[in-house]
Design a protein around this ligand. Structure first.
Ligand SMILES: [Zn+2]
Length: 617
């Protein structure tokens, strides 16, 4: 994960900065400032591309203290300031296209969405670099929104949620209660038909049901998940239990019935939206990168809020997302990106706008690339947390974690090659407070692993964490079971019936055409799971498959004919498409389906059967 953050700093963030010029994002600000002629370029929310890149830079400053972006920050923040109107209003599309119609078409103009990203960037920069110039710009705009839509203003919400969580963060950062009140109003007002219905219906922007009564994820996936993050944030500051109750139900809907195995969301291209329960097609998965990032935001807030699923469930989902859907969205150079992240690529796939055959360096709708940059730069914030007497380690990643003052002084150092390797070593360098406890998450697929601590071995508790006293100089070790596992989907997922997927630790695997010898097509492979799964030192797996022979589209009776068994290499889904474009699939048809039964009850169940690991190859 540290390597990924270094790549983000060295390649992804600079790449995003460069793209802001040819995409017209910076020109829009210059034009709004009256410094250049011309109309608005790009999407209605293009301003947010710049704000997300600034936020990525801010988190990178927080991570490393780098000063290499200072000059760029000076330039773009000054430009943003010049584009802002004296009233505080700042939305270059409206300023350049229809300045007389501010707040008039909020179902699609994204004015508050864009402000949300401005606020998040500004708060991050003030926290990371002690730099308040962007914060002053953001607050001027937020204050204008308070006058317009606060308790003494009119009722109005943005078509795309995002402002809610940003306003709560602005409240936390400044101590100004108005921003929390405004965030609460945005939550309270949604679901009452304030937005024109339009072609995609009120569900598209979650305006069909009040937030507190909405127990099923619906509509545009990114919008639903940002909204949920905002509602959870409002709960965290107000203690309004009705919000947490609704979010618990939403959590179950999203993660028990509508999540892809990779930690992606959105089964429909048409509205970039959630499907019905268990509607999870692999090839037509929309699975937008931003939806996974939005869910990271929400999952972390549910963890802090003490939602009913429990902290291990939230941390586990985040781990699934980071190592799979999010990791797959970017290539090995850090400069090419997927927008949609399907779990199957057909060999004759035709590129679509948001779903090209290969990762692209940028998109006309460029919400995802800078969102990846800011998410990766702030991974560190998701690794650990603390309560009165406990330091919680949620993510098993190499890290140096400063002990919070109430738990003593010093650093907890975590060293690991996970998820490629199984061992995690922890050392306390400093003086923990007497009675301090270390709680380490043990993933559910390795529940038998023990936390080896100075005072002995500790098994996992019912909440998914193993606990040991946090002591000065203490050395701890955890060895996880990385035996590859076969995964099958709930029987209602028609698109996955008769198929199996492979996971090793949190990593989901796929088979790519690029790994097959000339001849067989990846879509003709039939997995023979009884032959065992070999786990190789480079992180690949070796499966045994047969190849189905050519046959008519429909056949009455008769067995399909397969060739003899052959070894096939599977690679982490996150790495697919790095060598050549071509067919890929996560879920493989399996040959033994009818004879195997396990208990239902969850979306993705692990097959209870012994693996037969082969020698590393
Ligand atoms: Zn996106």
């Amino acid at each position: 994960m540290a390597d990924w953050q270094a790549l983000n700093a060295a390649a992804t963030i600079p790449h995003c900065i460069v793209q802001l010029e040819p995409s017209g994002v910076l020109a829009n600000f210059r034009r709004a400032a009256g410094e250049e002629t011309g109309g608005h370029q790009g999407m209605v929310f293009a301003d947010s591309d710049l704000y997300k890149v600034i936020e990525a830079v801010a988190w990178e400053i927080a991570r490393t203290g780098t000063r290499r972006f200072d000059l760029w920050l000076d330039e773009v923040i000054a430009l943003i300031g010049r584009a802002q109107e004296p009233s505080g209003y700042l939305h270059t599309w409206t300023q350049l296209r229809q300045p007389e119609k501010k707040w008039a078409e909020m179902e699609w103009t994204h004015e508050l969405y864009v402000l949300g990203h401005l606020i998040q960037a500004a708060v991050a920069l003030d926290r990371a670099a002690g730099r308040s110039d962007l914060l002053e710009i953001a607050q001027r705009f937020a204050d204008l929104v308070w006058d317009e839509f606060g308790p003494d203003g009119r009722d109005g919400i943005c078509g795309h949620p995002e402002i809610e969580t940003a306003l709560v963060e602005l409240h936390r950062h400044t101590g100004d209660d108005r921003y929390l009140i405004l965030a609460g109003r945005m939550i309270d007002l949604r679901g009452h038909g304030l937005l024109p219905v339009g072609l995609l219906g009120a569900k598209y922007f979650q305006d069909h049901t009040p937030v507190r009564e909405s127990d099923s994820a619906a509509g545009h996936a990114v919008r639903q998940l940002y909204l949920n993050a905002g509602a959870t944030d409002v709960y965290l500051e107000t203690g309004d239990a009705s919000l947490l109750t609704a979010m618990d139900a939403q959590w179950d809907s999203v993660h028990d019935r509508k999540m892809y195995l990779s930690g992606a969301f959105g089964a429909h291209h048409k509205d970039e939206g959630f499907g019905e329960d268990y509607e999870l097609p692999s090839d037509r998965a929309y699975a937008e990168t931003c939806a996974t990032i939005a869910d990271l935001h929400w999952a972390w807030r549910m963890l802090l809020a003490g939602g009913s699923a429990g902290p291990a469930a939230y941390a586990s989902v985040m781990e699934r997302e980071v190592h799979n859907a999010l990791a797959a969205s970017i290539d090995a150079t850090g400069t090419r990106f997927f927008y949609a992240n399907p779990l199957q690529q057909r060999p004759d796939k035709v590129s679509e706008d948001a779903a090209p055959r290969e990762r692209a360096p940028w998109y006309p709708c460029a919400c995802c690339p800078p969102n990846i940059a800011r998410a990766v730069a702030q991974f560190g914030a998701y690794v650990a947390s603390s309560t009165a007497d406990t330091l919680w380690l949620h993510q098993l990643a190499g890290a140096e974690i400063d002990l919070p003052a109430h738990l003593g002084t010093g650093v907890l150092r975590v060293a690991t090659g996970y998820p490629l390797t199984a061992g995690i070593e922890l050392v306390v360098d400093g003086a923990p407070a007497p009675g301090a406890i270390l709680a380490v998450r043990i993933p559910e697929w390795s529940a038998g692993s023990l936390l080896v601590a100075p005072d002995g071995e500790h098994a996992v508790d019912a909440d998914g964490y193993a606990r040991a006293p946090l002591v000065a100089g203490g050395r701890y070790r955890l060895d996880l079971d990385l035996t590859p596992r076969l995964i099958r989907a709930h029987h209602r997922v028609d698109a996955l019936r008769g198929t199996l997927a492979l996971q090793r630790g949190p990593v989901v695997y796929c088979v790519e055409q690029a790994d097959l010898p000339a001849g067989p097509a990846v879509d003709d492979l039939i997995l023979l799971p009884d032959e065992g799964i070999g786990s190789n030192a480079d992180g690949t797996l070796t499966l045994t498959c047969t190849v189905a022979s050519e046959e008519p589209l429909y056949t009455a009776n008769g067995e399909a004919v397969h060739t003899s068994a052959s070894p096939v290499t599977a690679v982490p889904f996150a790495t697919w498409g790095n060598r050549a474009p071509g067919a890929m699939r996560v879920w493989l048809p399996a040959h033994w389906w009818e004879t195997r039964q396990i208990a239902d009850g969850q979306l993705f169940a692990e097959i209870a059967r012994p693996n037969k690991p082969k020698e590393a190859q």
